[in-house]
Design a protein around this ligand. Structure first.
Ligand SMILES: C[S@@+](CC[C@H](N)C(=O)[O-])C[C@H]1O[C@@H](n2cnc3c(N)ncnc32)[C@H](O)[C@@H]1O
Length: 301
C-alpha cells in the first residue's frame, strides 16, 4: 500500500474509533441543573507509537511500596472526598488505604474494559495500568469527563496509573489482594528474541500469583493465535495456576466484556478477526496439599 493511502486508512480507523467512543458516551446520564457537560477526549489526539520497550529504563515515578499508594486520589468518593483530584498519582507519601483495588487491567490501553467493568462491579475498585503516557492521559481524561457528565454518579470506582507493570506490580498490590487480573490483546512481540518482553512469562506469572487471592483469576484474550498458545502453555505449566473449565465461565459477564468490549476487541470485530481467550485461577494450595496427602495415604493402604 502507498504511504498516502496507508495514512488515509489509518485516519479512517481513528475516525471510526472516535465515532464509536462518542456514540457510547451519548448514553450517559443527565446532569444536575447548572452543571456543565465535560468534553470527552479524542483518541486521535492521544496517539503514539504502539510499543515502548518494557525492558528499558523509564523514568516514571513509582510508589516505594504498597503503603505509599494513596488510593483516595484515584477513587475520592470511596474515601469520603467529594470531588476528584484530576486522578493524579501521589508518590512517596505514606498512606495506608483500607480499601484497595481488587480488579486490575494490565496494559489497559484506552481503558474500554474499565468502563465495562465499572457498572458490573460497583463496589470494587478497578485499576488500569498502562505504560504509554499519552494513552494513560486519555484514560484519565475520559474517566474525569465521564464522572462529571454523570453528575459524579458513575465511574467513581475506576482509575488508571502509568507504569511498567513488568517491574512495578508489587509496588501497588499487597500479597493476595487481587480478585481478577485482565491481560487483553497484549503486545505479541513476534520475534523470538523479543519473547522475553511478553507480559506472560513464568517469572511474571509467579509475580501475579503473589498478588492474587486464592481462587483469583487471570483472564486473557488475543486475536493472535500464536500468542494465545504461548499464554496458555505458560499458564498450564505454572504450578500455581489451573484452567477454569468453560462450563464454569459461560455465565461470567467478564468473558463478553473482554472479548467484545475492549478497544482492541472492537477493532478486531470491525475487521472481522477472531479472538481466543482463557481463564486461569490461582490454585488453592492448602487443598492441593491435602489432596496429595490423601493420594499418598491411598497409595500405601
Ligand atoms: C495492544 S494494546 C491492548 C490494550 C487493551 N488491553 C485493549 O484490549 O484494548 C496493549 C497495551 O499494553 C500496554 N503495555 C505493554 N507493555 C506494558 C507494560 N509492561 N506495562 C504496562 N502496559 C503495557 C501497551 O502500551 C498497550 O497500550
Amino acid at each position: 500500500m502507498k504511504r498516502s493511502s496507508m495514512e488515509a486508512a489509518k485516519q479512517r480507523e481513528q475516525d471510526k474509533d472516535d465515532q464509536s467512543d462518542s456514540q457510547s458516551q451519548q448514553s450517559q446520564g443527565s446532569l444536575e441543573p447548572g452543571m456543565k457537560r465535560a468534553k470527552m477526549p479524542k483518541k486521535s489526539k492521544h496517539r503514539m507509537r504502539a510499543h515502548i520497550n518494557p525492558m528499558g529504563d523509564l523514568t516514571i515515578p513509582v510508589p516505594m511500596n504498597t503503603d505509599y499508594v494513596d488510593w483516595s486520589l484515584h477513587y475520592p468518593s470511596f474515601f469520603g472526598v467529594p470531588n476528584n483530584n484530576d486522578d493524579k498519582m501521589f508518590c512517596n507519601k505514606e498512606q495506608k488505604s483500607e480499601k484497595v483495588p481488587t480488579i486490575v487491567d494490565i496494559g489497559c490501553g484506552y481503558g474500554g474494559l474499565l468502563f465495562e467493568l465499572s457498572k458490573e462491579f460497583p463496589n470494587e475498585l478497578i485499576l488500569g495500568m498502562e505504560i504509554r503516557d499519552k494513552v494513560t492521559n486519555f484514560v484519565v481524561q475520559k474517566i474525569n469527563s465521564s464522572r462529571i457528565n454523570s453528575g459524579y454518579k458513575d465511574y467513581l470506582n475506576i482509575g488508571v496509573v502509568r507504569t511498567n507493570t513488568m517491574k512495578t506490580i508489587h509496588n501497588y498490590f499487597k500479597k493476595e489482594s487481587l480478585e481478577k487480573m485482565f491481560i487483553l490483546f497484549a503486545d505479541p512481540h513476534f520475534k523470538k528474541q523479543n519473547h522475553r518482553r511478553r507480559i506472560i512469562t513464568t517469572q511474571l506469572l509467579s509475580d501475579y500469583a503473589y498478588s492474587l487471592k486464592t481462587g483469583g483469576k487471570i483472564y486473557t484474550a488475543t486475536d493472535v493465535k500464536e500468542l494465545h498458545d504461548w499464554e496458555v502453555e505458560h499458564m498450564e505449566l505454572h504450578p500455581l495456576f489451573e484452567r477454569v473449565p468453560e462450563e464454569e465461565t459461560k455465565d461470567d459477564p467478564c468473558i463478553k466484556f473482554m472479548t467484545e468490549g475492549t478497544d482492541e476487541a472492537k477493532k478486531v470485530a470491525r475487521n472481522g478477526g477472531s479472538v481466543w481467550h482463557s481463564v486461569y485461577r490461582k490454585k488453592d494450595l492448602e487443598k492441593s496439599r491435602n489432596e496429595i496427602q490423601q493420594e499418598i495415604v491411598k497409595f500405601f493402604l
